[in-house]
Design a protein around this ligand. Sequence first.
Ligand code: SF4
Length: 981
Amino acid sequence: MGPAVFKFLSSEPLHDAQASPAPNAVTEIKCTTCYMCACRCGIRVHLRDGEVRYIDGNPAHPLNQGVICAKGNSGIMKQVSPARLTQPLLRKAGSERGAGEFEPISWDRAYEIMATRLGQLRATDPKKFALFTGRDQMQALTGLFARQFGTPNYAAHGGFCSVNMAAGMIYTIGGSFWEFGGPDLDHAKLFVMIGTAEDHHSNPLKIAISKFKRAGGRFISINPIRTGYSAVADEWIPIKPGTDGALFMALMQVLIAEGRIDKPFLQRFTNAPQLVVLDEGAREGLFAFDPDPAKGPPGDGRNPHNKLVMDLSDGQVKAAYPEGIADGCEPALLGHYTLADGTHVAPSFQLLSDRVAPCTPEWAAGITGIPAERIRALARELGHAAFQQAFDLPIPWTDAWGKVHPTTKARPVAFHAMRGLAAHSNGFQTVRGLAVLMSLLGTIDAPGGFRHKAPYPRHIVPNYRAFNDPAMIQPNTPLNAAPLGFPANPDELAIHPDGSPIRIDHAFSWEHPLSAHGLMHNVITNATKGDPYRIDTLMIFMANMAWNSSMNTMGAREMLNQKGADGEYQIPFLIVCDAFQSETVAFADLVLPDTTYLERHDVMGMLDRPISEFDGPVDAVRIPVVKPLGECRPFQEVLVELASRLKLPAFTTAEGGRKFKDYPDFVVNFQPQPGIGFLMGWRGKDGTEHLRGEPNPNQWAMYEKNNCVFQYHMPKDQQYMRNWNRAYLDFAKDKGWRQRNDPVQLALYSDTLQTFRLAAQGKTAGRQPPEHLRERVAKYFDPLPFWYPPLEETCTDLAAYPLNAVTQRPMAMYHSWDSQNAWLRQIHSHNYLQVNPLTATAAGIADGAWCWVESQWGKVRCMVRHSEAVEAGTVWTWNAIGKASGAWQLAPGADESRKGFLLNHLISEELPSAGTASGRISNSDPVTGQAGWYDVRVRIRPAEADAPDESYPQVAATPAPPGVRGVTEQVLAYFAGGKRK
Ligand code: SF4
């Protein structure tokens, strides 16, 4: 024990926080961007003699305005974490994966290993390299690397996280919640939050809710659990997990039946009046269209403006735009009509009305657990806020067809939704339901409603086609499209002529056609099975796949160790890049020590995930405030170095030399199109241009001088109604955020989905799904939103497993990083299963007692906490607090491993499926591939009296890898004001 430990154990004060620093101490404050969660608040890092002493919020930052949370403040403890890796490591020859036996190697050796192996793969079969990343913020770079390498096997964590939220909203209104849009609480009167825990837009949302409440706004939280933001809600409406879609259907039923809809908005700005073909055949369910080629190609799913409407004012069928919106026109929303050629049609709103008609509050009550009268009253509250509390902002604007609107109409009912809707296998259609509900109320990019953030709204469907041509996977050749994108029809699926998937995760195949974020949760399973083929090298960055980032955690660990008949691992080479000794590190063949967010450059820009505000685009950077620890190197630098060594074209000069010195150089000089780069501030040679301009060699210095953030405020008349706002659409095209400046009509009815359904029904020529998937595609690619029970329920004995089980992030922690943080561990060192007292008592489990939680896939033993803040049919816990023994440099017997637990052990990454080669299919949304990890059903029972007081399952501890910092004294010395060793 060092002296600091003795001092720590004594009663003498450790450190006088108010004492002046030593007279000759050098103190300074550096600005950067937080990464203790994904919100990206601006922070000020206070340093003394080069060591981080304190972190606070940056008051000059537009996002958090000086507010900081417990996590952000505790970044200092991440910096001194005992679990920090400090040098590249190679698995010892002869040792088994998972044993955690490594030898340290140099970076040169690490690069040599990677360049040789990956170079050989690229020269022979590039798809044998797969790159999957966790919650990183550099997908513009990682995606570029994969594309340039020539592998389609790339994705980040979105398929495991919230792709249903992104895709469901983008395919309906052209934008989505959180990074790309959110509730305008400055103008809202009613705020309905559904399926949202404490994460996602944390500090900004807290600031907004606080202002909203002070201004007298009404806040309703709909959630199975009352935690986080819901604590300050005026009303909590408990709902059963996976049933939100039924609630939306019933709300729409009431609003339509009672005429509480924004009819002029629907007629002008959505496809509600557009005529859908009702006759059976290849056109069935698609919009009737004007065949004039000047009106745009029909059926390409990307915003053709050639549809038809019935004008009730003169009984004529007209082009929807611009004739159908001319003054005096009255496009029909209801009715059935016959076109001149005899085609039977109806406005899509008629079909929506028919769809929701049977979905009464009484119907939804039996599914959601919310009383019918409460649903009916909620619908009326929504309508009241949208229409009776509407007001006008004195902001004139001009729409895409030249009509001047003298004011901007506020529809002051705002929603916010997130993973509670998304992480179910019915999430895509549920999110569609919410987006259509919001559209009925006219609350899209309106004051007080949902508002976009640049570069959104995108087209419906966005003009980003995912790579889909297997013939283009060629040695030493970049792909001709990015690995991820937004398919608009079956021709854009990533499949072979026989219908089998191109990608290792089966994304963009008939199994999950619109999997815009990939299926990270199936990579290990599929690669182990060799389905659809074997890969050689899997590179994982910042994703804890051997623990909390996998469904079926123990299965994933076994698969990482699985060998074939030849004695080789089924996944022959595993590269793990992480800053910490996570559970996954022990399974790596090669470990790359990453830096922390305080030690590196980073970009949160318009090519990826900017931090835009409602009134204009914002991007931000991280700039190192301290030197990297040991031999740590940022993953960005690793990729730029590797890309240069592999001579990937985008990283190589015409003469074959290295194009970029390092990552900062790459950020400044890389341009996907002229004038457009990773950062939009201070462009042009002299730094006087913004948004678009030549590279500026001093761009990083300008960000450093300006709080690491660039904010652009658009003129008022471009800030609202951006789907149809002429000035905004022109501006956005000019700045490269969109390819065209045409308007984005809301897709209440999705003809895009219908093209997949028609193919599945065999009604169109061209690509059709394999036989075993026909029924599935035809059912779930419904052009109108609908509710269906989560897929897992169809193969579960619901009487035997009567409870839903879900997880959420705690307010004080984010992913697995934080339950090793010395300060944050003092808030949560282990988790409980939270159970309603009625449910727990009926099962005979006392508050604080140990219990078994069992699903049909597995079981865990954990401690129970009685809680009335959860509906009686749901149990839940905080995610990622439970740790494997020996990982993260936690002490033997640490609460995190002995009392903490993961629900992941209860969840399967696959469900039975007739017809597939393996008889199984991903446990995911059949539309998007979103992991259905909130679908699991469980039962609970008391643990046996003689069962050990520790969580189950436990795993054998692994030894500390060489170079891991791992000395607790240093954390204690830090507290004592001593110098870091
Ligand atoms: S909300 Fe997230 S980004 Fe903001 S201070 Fe907290 S941890 Fe950091």
